[in-house]
Structure formats: C-alpha cells, structure tokens
Design a protein around this ligand. Structure first.
Ligand SMILES: CC(C)(COP(=O)(O)OP(=O)(O)OC[C@H]1O[C@@H](n2cnc3c(N)ncnc32)[C@H](O)[C@@H]1OP(=O)(O)O)[C@@H](O)C(=O)NCCC(=O)NCCS
Length: 146
C-alpha cells in the first residue's frame, strides 16, 4: 500500500464554500463546541477575520489535487492550539492522522488540542501528532506536547 501523501496549503477566501460545507456536515457539528449550523454570512465574516489574523493559520489539506480536509493552528500566548476536520467523503483512510502530523511538524513548538470525549478517532490523531492526553474537563479531553 502506498502511504498517503498529504500537502498543506494556506487557505484563501476562495475556499469559503468548501469550508462551510465541511463545517456544517452533521458529523462535524456533533464533534464541535458549537453544534448549530453556521450561516453563510457569519461563516464568510469568520473566514475573513481568520485570514487577516497573523496569529491564526488555516490550511487546506490536499491529496494530489483533491481537497480532503482542513486544519488550523491558533496562537494563544506561546502555545498553538490545533483543530481539524476531514472531508466527509475522505474519512476513515488515515488522512486525519497524516494531516495533523504535517500540521504539528510545520508549526513546531508548544502544541495543544481539545477533543470531545466521544471522538476517539481525534484522540488517536492527536497522539499520532505527538500530543499526549493530559486531563479531562467536563466532556473535553485536553492533549498537549508539553
Ligand atoms: C474525526 C476525524 C477528524 C477523523 O479523521 P479520519 O481521517 O477519518 O481519521 P483517520 O483515518 O486518520 O483515523 C485516525 C485513527 O482513529 C481511528 N478511528 C477512526 N474512526 C474511529 C472510530 N469511530 N472509533 C474509534 N477509532 C476510530 C482510526 O483507526 C485511526 O486509528 P489508528 O491509530 O489505529 O490508525 C473525521 O472523522 C472528522 O473530520 N470528523 C468531524 C470533525 C471532527 O471530529 N473534528 C475534530 C474535532 S477535535
């Protein structure tokens, strides 16, 4: 089997529709802090502010020329908080692991992630990227590499 090669490219405003479709997918919403569908206008404003913020890095993951997921690193103090979503059609093929490994490698330094307790696949992904489980607060599992 060939390893899947995942390349990260910075997101642009032209990705808004793709990002909204992934964000509003029902499974994505279940795994998110905010389960409500996001409205188009709210999403477009959100994306614009992320792209303008030097402390937030938003990427599209490519497998060949196909967009298969998105991941983000948000700087809080000296720690990057990582988050991610895989395109519904691309799930279950190891892409999440490779994408977040690539993200962790690219960002370097102190990294953390929050994963909902009912999302074992994302716990595995965090561990594969070098983060370890630290504590559970409510239904949120905290992972970090420090
Ligand atoms: C969760 C999500 C990111 C997983 O991405 P993926 O590309 O399908 O995951 P992978 O194929 O890389 O699998 C990662 C690991 O989880 C395991 N896994 C996958 N689905 C699982 C499940 N339902 N239960 C338990 N383990 C599961 C895989 O076997 C793999 O483990 P391994 O270490 O044994 O290889 C993807 O389903 C998604 O985008 N969900 C909606 C949004 C979301 O949850 N975002 C993350 C918020 S923190």
């Amino acid at each position: 089997m060939h390893p899947i090669e995942i390349v990260l490219r910075p997101a642009t405003f032209a990705d808004w529709e793709q990002l909204l479709a992934w964000r509003n997918d029902p499974v994505t919403r279940q795994s998110s802090h905010n389960v409500e569908p996001v409205r188009e206008e709210v999403h477009r404003n959100w994306l614009k502010s992320v792209l303008e913020n030097p402390d937030r890095k938003l990427f599209i993951a490519l497998e060949g020329d196909e967009a298969v997921g998105t991941c983000r690193a948000d700087l809080h103090g000296d720690v990057y908080e990582l988050s991610w979503t895989i395109a519904p059609a691309a799930r279950g093929r190891g892409i999440g692991k490779r994408m977040v490994q690539a993200l962790a490698q690219q960002m370097g330094g102190r990294l953390r992630a929050e994963v909902l307790a009912g999302n074992p696949a994302s716990g595995r992904i965090a561990e594969a990227a070098g983060l370890a489980f630290k504590e559970q607060v409510g239904d949120i599992l905290h992972y970090a590499n420090f």
